[in-house]
Design a protein around this ligand. Structure first.
Ligand code: GZL
Length: 315
């Protein structure tokens, strides 16, 4: 290639960066997998945001395995990326690889879940909602709907994930204030529809076909959608014989709500790329970054479900 062509290319590249004002950064993104509708939306949103900013995003899908995430982080470090986004599948086991990133001076931003580490300086910030608050809100809604008397079952998210641990904690913080609220059974459906259906089937079998059950608390909408199928196949009416509340506010839960099959969902924002990339930019500019960038969502009820479904499925 002639010298003129190379210099033209270099001018072109720098003009592209200047014109969009985007940072020509290379960012590694270790994503958990595609276990739920919400996870897929998060992936699509972060990829779109990276494209809009002219960021070269190296994407890795861990298929729900922590060892794959650790491998991906080590690969990003070896490539010398400018920053890393990590959606940690579970809370623990990250100290060593985060220390390697810190030693390589690569900022790590946690998205949508948290980690338990000995030294909080091992990551730049966490962009996530407050799962304990979500659990408290869900329990307050159920206690109000049932006048504080309900024998419920719980579909937990992925074992060891901060989302499952804290959504469980928050719910139980409030339930213990109501002596006639009783947890009949609680088990992980791993945040998937199939997991939610299988576990709900086992709950119904163990609970005399579900006749004595009052409600289902699902840590995400996908497990609630699976449970709805199981409840129908057992001859009961979901949303009526058993009240149901879940979290994420994916489009399909609004369809189910409009059909009368579920009763409430709490919104979880999937658009975490903007705040995550801004945090990396701020760190590189030597600006302070909060340790937790929180995004909290509202609770939705059947009265707006049809409109919400139309609006969200058109997006
Ligand atoms: C919560 C996120 C959870 C979602 C699920 O921030 O980690 O993981 O609620 C997803 O849909 O599987």
């Amino acid at each position: 290639m002639t010298r003129t062509k190379i210099s033209a290319l270099l001018v072109g590249a720098s003009l592209a960066v200047l014109s969009t004002g985007a940072s020509a950064l290379t960012i590694g993104f270790s994503q958990i997998g595609s276990e739920s509708g919400w996870r897929t939306s998060e992936t699509e949103s972060i990829k779109a945001e990276a494209k809009k900013r002219g960021i070269d995003l190296k994407f890795s899908d861990a298929q729900q395995k922590q060892e794959n995430q650790i491998k991906a982080l080590r690969s990003f470090i070896a490539q010398g990326v400018d920053g890393i986004l990590l959606a940690p599948v579970v809370e623990t086991g990250w100290d060593q690889v985060l220390k390697e990133a810190k030693d390589a001076k690569i900022p790590v931003v946690l998205v949508d879940r948290g980690v338990k580490v000995a030294d909080e300086s091992l990551y730049l910030t966490k962009v996530a909602s407050d799962f304990v608050e979500e659990g408290r809100l869900a329990a307050a809604w159920l206690a109000t709907r049932t006048s504080g008397k309900c024998r419920y079952v719980e579909l937990q998210g992925t074992v060891g994930s901060s989302a499952a641990i804290d959504r469980k904690k928050g719910f139980e913080d409030v339930v213990k204030l109501f002596p006639r609220m009783e947890q009949a059974r609680s088990q992980s459906g791993d945040f998937t529809r199939s997991g939610g259906k299988q576990v709900m089937e086992s709950f119904l079998k163990a609970e005399d076909g579900g006749k004595a059950l009052c409600a289902v608390y699902a840590h995400n909408d996908d497990m609630a959608l699976g449970a709805i199928q199981a409840i129908k196949e057992a001859g009961l009416k979901p949303g009526k014989d058993l009240s149901i509340i879940s979290i994420d506010a994916v489009p399909d839960i609004f369809k189910a709500m409009a059909d009368g099959d579920t009763n409430a969902t709490i919104e979880l924002n999937p658009h975490l790329g903007g705040p995550a990339f801004d945090a990396i930019d701020a760190a590189k500019a030597g600006k302070p970054v909060a340790k937790w960038i929180k995004a909290q969502g509202p609770l939705y009820l059947p009265d707006t479900a049809a409109d919400e479904y139309k609006r969200r499925s058109a997006q």
